[in-house]
Design a protein around this ligand. Structure first.
Ligand code: SPV
Ligand code: MG
Length: 292
């Protein structure tokens, strides 16, 4: 099997449209792979939510790194980490790239905002953008640091989120391409894909484009494919699904003071063991533990 970095680069450059699904820990990452996805989005929103903190860099970057290591160890498909702003300046980005490569993370996405960031769906218009040259320095620093030529840096443009318009989005995407980014993520919080499609109409460059259609979820994937989008990220849906499942289950157990109502609705304990690959340990015990 190709290196995870190579797998991710192939996804970006497949010539067609590919899809990543969000995961936020080892278990959810394994579930994404089992479902048949070819790659995983390490969502900053969902990783922080799983920790019970906000998407404002309240979790430290090494805490995120620890989660990434569990996710990477649990899977054989590539992970694109949502690395927010890179957790500092170019120098923090350099160290981040080194550590991500050591832990088997195939790619990272950095966004042109300021540390500490705020989620794009919280008062997006009021969020300050990074200076273009400063952000280009981060991209260059990342590309100069990576040891594996296939490690990918996705540059995320937030100009549409902050309401600065297409010209600014295109100016930034162009600068990030020239700085060496491997792909552009153009983000939008509109309920339709209109501004994304308008961006694609102007973006005549060769760099692959990545989108996160959380708010324009009704757009059929064929529309994205026709627009020339390379990678679609389903950004937060395992976290949201698990929140609903946990809320319903907690309320029911509390109300019934009994497990009988939920037992048929939830995964078995055996299913947990299967997902943890308990079988492999049983076989290893046969092999390595002394027989009694
Ligand atoms: C994330 O999943 O953390 C993202 C996408 O960055 S968004 O929440 O839309 O900003
Ligand atoms: Mg994020």
């Amino acid at each position: 099997m190709a290196r995870k970095t190579t797998q991710f680069r192939q996804l970006l450059n497949s010539g067609g449209i590919e899809f990543l699904l969000e995961a936020h820990d080892g278990m959810s990452a394994r579930i994404v792979e089992e479902a048949g996805f070819k790659g995983i989005w390490g969502s900053g929103l969902c990783i922080s939510a799983a920790m019970g903190v906000r998407d404002n860099n309240e979790a430290s970057w090494t805490q995120v790194l620890e989660v990434m290591e569990f996710m990477s160890d649990a899977t054989s498909i590539p992970i694109l980490l949502d690395a927010d702003t890179g957790y500092g300046n170019f120098n923090n980005v350099r160290r981040l790239v080194k550590k991500l490569e050591q832990r088997g993370v195939a790619a990272m996405c950095i966004e042109d905002k300021l540390f500490p960031k705020t989620n794009s769906f919280i008062k997006g218009e009021t969020q300050p953008l990074a200076d273009v040259d400063e952000f280009c320095g981060k991209i260059k620093a990342a590309k100069d640091t990576q040891a594996d030529a296939d490690f990918c840096v996705v540059a995320r443009v937030e100009a549409l989120i902050t309401g600065q318009g297409q010209d600014e989005a295109l100016r930034r995407a162009d600068a990030y391409q020239r700085a060496g980014a491997d792909a552009i993520l153009i983000h939008s919080k509109k309920p339709t894909a209109e501004e994304i499609l308008a961006f694609m109409g102007e973006w005549r460059d060769t760099l692959p484009v990545v989108i996160v259609p959380t708010t324009y979820f009704n757009t059929p994937p064929e529309v994205f494919a026709q627009a020339g989008i390379s990678l679609v990220i389903w950004g937060n849906h395992l976290m949201r699904a698990s929140i609903t499942a946990m809320q319903l289950t907690a309320a029911r157990i509390n109300r019934d003071r009994s497990l009988s109502g939920v037992e048929q609705e939830i995964a078995t304990v055996k299913e947990i063991f299967r997902l943890q690959n308990a079988q492999e340990l049983a076989q290893a015990e046969e092999r390595y533990l002394p027989a009694h």
